[in-house]
Design a binder for this molecule. Structure first.
Ligand code: GLA
Length: 382
């Protein structure tokens, strides 16, 4: 059995840590809608990141990860103002955010253990940010409500790391609940827990193609959405975000938009509606309908938003026709990463074996498959 994180920490730093964990997530539906003030329906999963922390007597912040060798060391009174270009940026961004809010960051040793695969669209970054925030807060003596932690972590990723992500990942990592999906209104941050029927498993299929959110394409999509808002607002000043664009309004004024921007806009507007329809379907335990909405979402992400890739499409196609499969789609930012598959529990094991075989044959890559359920959000471990 793997040595516990607490033991490992003691070996390295000779003190007993407090440990905090924050989960990764899948998103059932509502992709690239969060930064358009729209709706999303993610769920926290069992793969998580843990951060162990113990105070030091000096002003140093010492950061280590079990996955990457080496150590980062900073003076808490002079934290770098610009990103370093390594994993420690997620922790630094959070530490700076806490300082800006008046929380004292004390000298500390931190050790990170991550289970969420990196660059797989399962929010390893949000998990690291949230677990780090809880760890640093515990030493500062300050308290912050979970939705505030989520906002702070998102801000860290936007302004320090440089990825202009929305609030979905950090929010569900903080607020997820076992057995439930989280319907989130990304404008008001009002949310509702939607029970997932017990006979359902969330099967994650990793294409093993990594994406890199921070590089251009994600931010480029955001800019295209902002451009759509600027153009549509000329004739409809009430539009502040694509959230305010209805299907009817798009039909009426869509001609004003350049072709590519019209496609992006069309995805977002219909995806928001699909989220609301999916909530109804889930509440009625209508898995056929929910599955169909997920398929539509994938097609839209592939053809209109253009954030899928060959391997994601192969993985989605490979699921069709397998027993107990209700529907599926790419999940997360795209350009690689995972698909999420809505499965009947009884068929989940067999599905995992069969889709792996089909994908291996089609893509020539060995995939990784996780059979999951929705789990609780971030919390203290000890
Ligand atoms: C990434 C971002 C989220 C969201 C998704 C796409 O996961 O972190 O904020 O925009 O992509 O839905």
């Amino acid at each position: 059995m793997a040595i516990s994180l607490a033991c490992r920490f003691e070996e390295i730093f000779s003190s007993i840590p407090r440990i905090y964990r924050a989960p990764g997530r899948i998103n059932l539906i509502g992709e690239h809608t969060d930064y358009n003030d729209g709706f999303v329906m993610p769920a926290a999963i069992g793969l998580s990141t843990q951060v162990a922390i113990a105070p030091r007597t000096d002003r140093k912040l010492v950061l280590r990860s079990e996955e990457v060798s080496g150590e980062f060391e900073f003076d808490v009174h002079h934290l770098p103002e610009r990103r370093v270009g390594a994993w420690c940026d997620y922790v630094l961004g959070v530490a700076l955010g806490l300082q800006r809010r008046g929380c004292e960051i004390k000298g500390a040793n931190l050790l990170v253990r991550g289970e969420v695969p990196i660059g797989a669209g399962l929010s390893s970054s949000a998990a690291l940010e949230v677990a780090s925030a809880l760890a640093l807060l515990s030493l500062s003596g300050a308290a912050l409500a979970m939705p505030e932690v989520a906002k702070l972590c998102r801000e860290a990723e936007n302004s320090f790391v440089g990825a202009r992500v929305g609030i979905m990942d950090q929010f569900v990592s903080c607020m997820g609940k076992a057995g439930h999906a989280v319907l989130l209104d990304c404008r008001s941050l009002e949310f509702k827990l939607v029970p997932i029927p017990r006979e359902i498993r969330l099967v994650i299929c990793n294409t093993m193609v990594k994406h890199d959110l921070a590089v251009g394409s994600y931010n480029a999509r955001r800019e295209e959405c902002e451009e759509a808002v600027r153009i549509l607002a000329r004739r409809n000043p009430e539009i502040r975000a694509l959230r305010d664009v209805s299907v009817d309004l798009l039909a009426k004024y869509g001609e004003d938009l350049p072709a590519v921007i019209r496609k992006r806009c069309s995805h977002v507007v219909h995806e928001n509606q699909r989220v609301l329809d999916a909530v109804q379907a889930l509440a009625a335990a209508d898995l056929t309908r929910l599955g169909e909405l997920m398929r539509e979402s994938h097609r839209s992400l592939r053809d209109l938003y253009e954030v899928s890739c060959r391997e994601l499409d192969l993985m989605v196609e490979a699921a069709e026709g397998l027993p107990g499969y209700c529907g599926g789609r790419m999940t997360g930012g795209g350009f690689g990463g995972c698909t999420i598959n809505l499965m009947r529990a009884d068929n989940a094991q067999e599905f995992a074996a069969q889709i792996s075989e089909r994908y291996r044959r089609a893509a020539g890559i060995e995939p990784r498959v996780y059979i999951c359920a929705a789990e609780d959000g971030a919390q203290a471990v000890n």
